[in-house]
Design a protein around this ligand. Structure first.
Ligand code: BES
Ligand code: MG
Ligand code: ZN
Length: 504
């Protein structure tokens, strides 16, 4: 699917479908309040033919409503945008997704009258939001379906009266948004892949294959022997029952004009290709879908990929801790005590609290590379769903400035994020009587920040760190038309990219 920008035009381009937008306003008619579609900015002839039709009377331009009609042999799709005052870039993104969701089966060429859809007065930002919405909504995971979900849409034209001289900037915004959306879709593909296909070894290989052609990126993979050398006792304990090698994929992107002042951000991701719970086995119903337990790693990888492809002027390292949490006679038994890479001893009271064991060692390893900040993403706790629902990403950490920069980035990308505190009492609760730490708290309360209180022990001294618990928001988002109704959401990739963009 390709987006073409067509500036300096009055009439919409010829296409299988032309898409027009209209706001809705309330008028008083015969002392009654009625809603009407404004049809503002429409070519007069088009407006007249629409108003001459019976269907126009019932169409009020309500948010999300759609109607089609024929105008001079051209099929026109009219999209309602609701109240003008409520229409922002997120509304534009959702509107674009609504267009593709309605048309992707049957339409090869779509022309969109962009001037009808301008949010916040910016053609450039609106085109970027539309590009995100269109590509994110066009995503299908259909590789295992015998009958594919054919998406016929090949070309989308953004028509606008805006001067041709502004084309370069708008074109760049469309290109950048496409890079990010493509990376989101790559991340979604990894998450949706079933666990009999995607294990730590195949996952690491696929990441290396994908990252190979990106300029400025170097990659190293640490296997079991290297993890032993690095004394990653926690990571190895999770892998103990696995048929596959643990893999720590370490990617580094160095911008072309890097100097000694170039900022260095490290991403860390939980890459559990399947979480059975280990000997603390999950009940059958809770185990279903645990292929998604590598979504944290896919999220940070997606962001890393986009950042490198955009050539942003920040050095970014990406550490992906991959293994499954499986059971065999060698799998870690509850009550085991292991030694982490940083020397701390950990009593494993529940083998299902495995993500923090993998992440802990990877956080220590990342810290050794002396980044200016570390951000990890993980499907770490079921408790985050209780606290924040399926829509909101849990945010925790040790540095106000870093947390604020993530909140600001999320506000910019319209993704939901909410900070949870890490209290001293919860840090104390993660201490064990017979080891330095235990891997679960003593009761089920505050499960999400207690996991963060555990992770905090493995972040190098003085390094600002933030933790994203995406166990809720990593999955399907029923309220978002640009996320699939089932499977990986791809949320938080845009926020991480935005946060790095804003890093000075
Ligand atoms: N991968 C799970 C967290 C999870 C649960 C993600 C549900 C998505 C949906 C994690 O490894 C886990 O099992 N956590 C336990 C921790 C507990 C044993 C302290 C949990 O949340 O129950
Ligand atoms: Mg678990
Ligand atoms: Zn897990």
């Amino acid at each position: 699917m390709e987006i073409k920008l067509n500036l300096g035009v009055e009439a919409p381009s010829l296409a299988d479908v032309v898409v027009m937008g209209t706001f809705c306003k309330t008028e008083t008619k015969k002392s009654k309040e009625v809603k009407v579609a404004t049809l503002a900015g429409w070519p007069k002839a088009c407006k007249d033919s629409f108003l001459a039709l019976g269907v126009s009377k019932d169409f009020t331009g309500d948010k999300g409503s759609q109607v089609t009609f024929d105008w001079e042999g051209q099929r026109v799709l009219v999209v309602g945008l609701g109240n003008k005052s409520d229409y922002d870039l997120e509304a534009a993104r959702r509107t674009a997704a609504g267009i593709i969701n309605g048309l992707k089966i049957s339409t090869e060429k779509i022309a969109i009258a962009m001037d009808n859809f301008i949010a916040k007065g910016s053609l450039e930002n609106t085109c970027a939001a539309f590009t995100e919405g269109l590509y994110m909504a066009a995503y299908e995971f259909d590789k295992y379906l015998s009958v594919k979900k054919i998406n016929k849409t090949k070309t989308i034209i953004f028509d606008s009266k805006a001067k041709k001289s502004g084309a370069k900037k708008v074109q760049q915004a469309i290109h950048d948004a496409k890079v990010v959306a493509d990376s989101i879709n790559v991340a979604r593909d990894f998450v949706n892949e079933p666990p009999n296909v995607l294990n730590s070894e195949t996952y690491a290989k696929e990441v290396l294959k994908d990252v190979k052609h990106i300029k400025g990126v170097k990659s190293v993979v640490l296997g079991k022997a290297e993890l032993k050398k690095h004394k990653m006792g926690m990571f190895l304990s999770v892998n103990a029952g696995s048929a596959f090698q643990p893999q720590l994929v370490h990617l580094t992107y160095t911008p072309s004009k890097a100097t000694k002042n170039t900022k260095h951000i490290a991403f860390v991701g939980k890459g559990l290709t399947f979480d059975t719970g280990g000997y603390s086995l999950k009940p059958g119903a809770s185990m279903v879908n645990m292929k998604f337990d590598m979504a944290g790693s896919a999220t940070v990888y997606g962001a890393f990929r986009a950042i490198a492809m955009l050539g942003l002027p920040v050095k970014v390292s990406c550490f992906l801790g991959m293994t499954d949490n499986a059971v065999n006679s060698l799998a870690t038994l509850p009550d085991s005590i292991v030694t982490a890479k940083n020397g701390k001893t950990v009593e494993i009271l529940n083998t299902d609290a495995e993500g923090r064991l993998v992440l802990g060692d990877v956080l220590t390893y990342a810290s050794e590379h002396k980044p200016d900040a570390i951000i990890d993403a993980a499907t770490l706790t079921g408790a985050v769903l209780v606290a924040l629902g399926t829509e909101v990403c849990g945010l925790m950490g040790n540095d106000k400035k870093l947390l604020d920069s993530l909140k600001k980035a999320a506000a910019h990308t319209d993704e939901y994020i909410w900070e949870l505190p890490i209290m001293k009492e919860w840090r104390d609760d993660m201490k064990s009587n017979i080891a330095d730490l235990k891997n679960i708290g003593s009761n089920r309360w505050a499960g999400t920040p207690k996991a963060a209180a555990f992770l905090e022990n493995f972040v190098g001294k003085g390094i600002p760190w933030a933790h994203l618990d995406i166990a809720g928001c990593g999955e399907a988002q029923a309220h978002l038309p640009y996320c699939p109704s089932k499977g990986a959401s791809g949320l938080m990739v845009r926020t991480l990219v935005e946060m790095v963009k804003a890093t000075k």
